[in-house]
Design a binder for this molecule. Sequence first.
Ligand SMILES: [Zn+2]
Length: 296
Amino acid sequence: MDRNTANWRVFGKICCCLLLSLSSLNMLPGLAAAGQIASISKPAAQLIKDEGRQSAKGKKLAVIIDDLGNGMQGTEEIMALPVKVTVAVMPFLPTTEADARKAHEVGHDVLIHLPLEPKQGPTRWLGPGAILTKMSDEEVRKKVEAAIDNVPYAIGINNHMGSKVTGDERVMSIILDVCRERGLFFVDSRTNYRSIIFKLCKQKGMPQIKNDIFLDDVHTEAHISRQMDKVAEQVHAEGKCVTIGHVGTKGRKTAAVIKKYIPKLQGQGIEFVGISEMARDAKTPGQWPGGGIILP
Ligand SMILES: [Zn+2]
């Protein structure tokens, strides 16, 4: 299935959801009766469950797992998590396509994990398709387009490394322009505290979404657990949190801690959502996303 077909399917889904929510709000009188019938025919237990879900709205947690695409440790465990997460898949690697397809099949959101030049460290750590500040406008554009074409089902991009590029207005602006043209949004992984991504997204009318907390920069279950506690604190204080973990040497530990925390956080009324939901929420009135950000 090509991207256009995928986008149209997605658009169809949005229309269905919109129609359903309008009818449940009695905004489409002709459909209200059908909505009522659907409600009546639902078992009571299900209705109570739905109500519980609605009350949990406003406490949203998006977990992004970076560095998929290279058969990394922890990939299977992340795919099998019983809640919706978001996987960020690196382009042009041996399991890029398989990982993205599998994630989509099991209901996770997919991002392209785009390698961007860091201030420090050799560029060979970046992997194939990396974007460097010395590249021309045209080269940057072609690299971003190729990466998008390489990762099926992606709904957005986040950065792998990138402390240099995310502070470079020329290069970052081209990356965001391609994102917008292709109906994608950009999540700032926050590898650079001087990142100009938010400023540029605002100018371009794109959602401003960033990572709030890194889960596993220290590879112990004790550290990852402490980070999960911080994540929960932020959700309770601010209503939402975006957190990033990784597959790789620490992947199994990260997956195990997340799995352990799922019932605990759900018990506190926290809902695990895909990053697509955060992107929808990040759209501000009067800032219509330019070329069409198409969300599932
Ligand atoms: Zn990464």
